[in-house]
Design a protein around this ligand. Structure first.
Ligand code: CAA
Length: 389
């Protein structure tokens, strides 16, 4: 059965910080952030946005009434979930107006969560061919002010509708995955900020990539020349360049150049948003599909998902005829272009602003913020209150 991505959209908050200005204030050469790390802008989430509202906005940007009727499974990948018990999927299900006879769950394994959702969605559709599944990857990446990870923060969400006979990307059923218990990046329950062993996390990412890609090649008989382009989990966009160099180190330069050409299209959105953890790989896929010249139908795209801690998976998909018709490049460019730049003082205040942790009520009222369609309006008696415009 042909199963894959039928629709894909994203949302990011409408405020950002400029990386060159952040570098100057931190006493760092701006080229370190823009070239060494590869980030130009970083989306920042105001108090009105959490992983649920970001995901709801991404979902609302792609769903129509037929989707709302046919979706019977909502899978919410996140590592910045808002409740230890209730899944973000239940809130999004309601905010997006999806029919009631559906299952909703949240999936956690660092940045791998949305990929786990895709794999579960494929199995569900294989058993229930008329179903549609909504897969979400939504996160706010926070390391804190003046930390090593500070230039690799971000906020946003990707929403995808998976179905049989998809119009954008068919997903191959063969893939290779790997799990190892390591401490490269994690976030203890008490902390708003992630902990990371930065250099080790880079090494672990590349080590996983090489091992799962070797395994994928062995299982499928395919090799690099079978791929028109590659998309990677992008904690920062330079990581994708490191990934291509790691995969092509024993090959001639033409192979590296071929993959590097599409790499620039695959990082266009991510370098303006920053790390969105679970959504990063899929934001890169969206960027590639919307920004690169149209691939021939049948072109194969490689996808590497990495969730610290760690789980990695290499899988692949094949672009469908006329897939560009079903994307929304203009709307996505507007989401990025219509954002407001924060001064460094505003960025610092916004990043450190937190919801009450002592059970007290709050009504969030920030007129400065363009909220998107769905937003968190407050907390009352420990219940989060979301609104949809
Ligand atoms: N001009 C151009 N380039 C410069 C420069 C300049 N003036 N100054 C430095 N650079 C380059 C460096 O040469 C280096 O390049 P390479 O990585 O290619 O060697 C790059 O800029 C970064 O410099 P440093 O290594 O000195 O930077 P750092 O010590 O500040 O750490 C970091 C960078 C490890 C990414 C850190 O920001 C961090 O810990 N980020 C969070 C963790 C992370 O994103 N890990 C990625 C893998 S884990 C994962 O993928 C899961 C996830 O989402 C978190």
């Amino acid at each position: 059965m042909d199963i894959g991505i039928d629709k894909i959209g994203f949302y990011t908050p409408n405020v950002y910080v400029d990386m060159e200005k952040l570098a100057e204030v931190r006493g760092v050469d701006p080229a370190k952030y823009t070239i060494g790390i590869g980030q130009e802008k970083m989306s920042i989430a105001p108090l009105h946005h959490d992983s649920v509202s970001l995901a709801a906005n991404a979902a609302l940007s792609i769903l129509d009434d037929e989707d709302r009727e046919k979706i019977d499974f909502v899978l919410f990948g996140s590592e910045s979930g808002v409740d230890h018990s209730k899944s973000g999927a239940v809130w999004v299900h309601n905010l997006a107006g999806i029919q009631q006879n559906a299952r909703c769950v949240e999936l956690k394994q660092a940045c791998y969560g949305a990929t786990a959702g895709i794999k579960m969605a494929m199995g569900h559709i294989a058993l229930n061919p008329d179903s549609k599944v909504l897969v979400l990857g939504a996160d706010i990446a926070k390391y804190g002010l003046n930390t090593g990870g500070e230039p690799t923060q971000g906020a946003g969400a990707v929403a995808m509708v998976l179905s049989q006979n998809p119009r954008i990307l068919s997903l191959d059923n063969d893939s290779a995955s790997m799990t190892k218990d390591i401490s490269d990046f994690w976030r203890p329950l008490y902390s708003d900020y992630a902990f990371v062993d930065g250099k080790f996390s880079n090494e672990a990412y590349l080590g996983f990539l090489k091992e799962v890609f070797d395994n994928y090649k062995e299982k499928t008989g395919r090799n690099l020349s079978d791929f028109e382009a590659m998309c990677f989990h992008l904690p920062y966009t330079k990581m994708g360049k490191k990934a291509i160099l790691a995969l092509t180190e024993d090959l001639d330069e033409s192979e590296t150049k071929r993959l590097m050409d599409s790499y620039h299209d695959s990082i266009y959105y991510n370098k303006q948003v920053g790390n969105v953890y679970t959504g990063s790989l899929y934001l890169s896929l969206l960027s590639l599909l919307e920004q690169a010249p149209e691939f021939k139908a049948g072109s194969r795209i490689g996808l590497f998902s990495y969730g610290s801690g760690a789980v990695g998976e290499f899988f692949s998909g094949i672009v469908k005829p006329d897939y560009k018709k079903y994307l929304n490049k203009d709307a996505h460019e507007s989401v990025l272009d219509d954002r407001r730049e924060l001064s460094i003082e505003e960025y610092e205040a916004t990043l450190e602003k937190a919801l009450p942790k002592d059970g007290s009520d709050i009504a969030i009222d920030d007129e400065q913020v363009n909220l998107g369609k769905a937003y968190l309006s407050g907390i009352k008696e420990n219940v989060r209150l979301y609104s949809v415009k």
